[in-house]
Design a protein. Sequence first.
Lengths: 229, 229
Amino acid sequence: MNPKQPLNPPTQQRALPGLTEKQIARLSVYRRLLQELPSASRPEIYSHDLAEMSRNTAAQVRRDLMTIGFTGSSARGYQVEQLIAAIGGTLDAPEGQTAALCGVGNLGRALLDYFTIWRPQLRIVAAFDIDPEKSGRVIHRCRVWPLAEMPQVVREQGITVGVITVPAPSAQRVAESMLGAGIRGFLNFAPTPLHLPAHAYVEEMDITTSMEKVAYFARTLAPAPVEES
Amino acid sequence: MNPKQPLNPPTQQRALPGLTEKQIARLSVYRRLLQELPSASRPEIYSHDLAEMSRNTAAQVRRDLMTIGFTGSSARGYQVEQLIAAIGGTLDAPEGQTAALCGVGNLGRALLDYFTIWRPQLRIVAAFDIDPEKSGRVIHRCRVWPLAEMPQVVREQGITVGVITVPAPSAQRVAESMLGAGIRGFLNFAPTPLHLPAHAYVEEMDITTSMEKVAYFARTLAPAPVEES
DNA sequence: GAGTCGCTGTGACAAACTTCACGTTGCCTG
DNA sequence: CAGGCAACGTGAAGTTTGTCACAGCGACTC
């Protein structure tokens, strides 16, 4: 392998207007928490509260909202409704965005189920599988197509997000095929890093690695305090 | 909510011997990639190659291996077998470690399936669900117990890792219950941040947020280059 | 067996990310 | 309507994380 020149920018990539991966992730969490707020509660919220809910600091929350240009009122906090809308203005595509899922195994089906009750701004609208048995069926309101028709369906429907739940050996091939069809962002559940050009975005959902992380820290983290006020 | 004093250390936590979350995650990926290497290939590997496979830089790989005290030979690289063992020495509990899964829905079942073919060092050995219908059954070689028996089973078997795949509203309650039973590390698939004391480790697997990240960057990433050599 | 090449190990540097801390603002009380 | 309080906005400092670049070494060549 060629030692020099990282053809693909390694590690993490940046966004256009300066919003980083972590900021987007936090904004997404903020929005969800705000949406789940009981409708009876105050129409405003403090950075402290949002911080506590999302498990970070008030300063962090304020800075995140600052970066999307949202401004609250001192002594009353942030308007919840408007804040939800403001985050939506950043996260959501105004025209909406659709996703395709490749690999209708156990995990694929579970994800289809997971995303059926989903905001109209971002829906999985098509699933694909090599197994001809599965084609034509509708799983959780989502039609399953033969994998061979994926490029055409993706192109016709203008799908831009791909969820990969195929076995590891097929993941790279499937991803390249999706990329060729116009998909730009990938959520990869296969336990193998994808190698795609820099104009594609890949989010690795590596369950195995996450599990090993948890196991490691479960062992090595400081034990429970016995005393403490 | 109390503005001052972050009772739980917010954001990320550290490990005892100085290994960070990201380092553990990369080591886990390195090991998996090394294990999947065709047995016919060279018994050594260069940092450049491992970097290319794992999508980061050679310097990063070398530094990671340095932190676990593994040393390669110049001009020949790292001994693959020994490196796998060295990473195992860091990641794996010598006595092995077991996990429990709460919430045998679609996602729970998929994960049980995902982890059946799994290294003996880290296995899901018990599943729990509120639904009495599911109790007693064996799904993917893993017995399902009533949720009420979780504390006892966890304690008896010395389980230290918990996987949470219950609906969001139950997640916090289930997690606290698991923590009380002795579980120290959590893999949380519910779309709600868990609030646990500092001596617990929580890894959030927030599929919704990941999906929104992908959608965002699929839109805003620089478009494909048309030219370029 | 001297020279060359290329890879490792690592101090120094740089970039990214988070937290601190304080000036500012606006509400609420008396 | 003035004073006090509490929360926001944000420059600056601090911390973490990743990259650079080079000394040193071992193998291989001729």
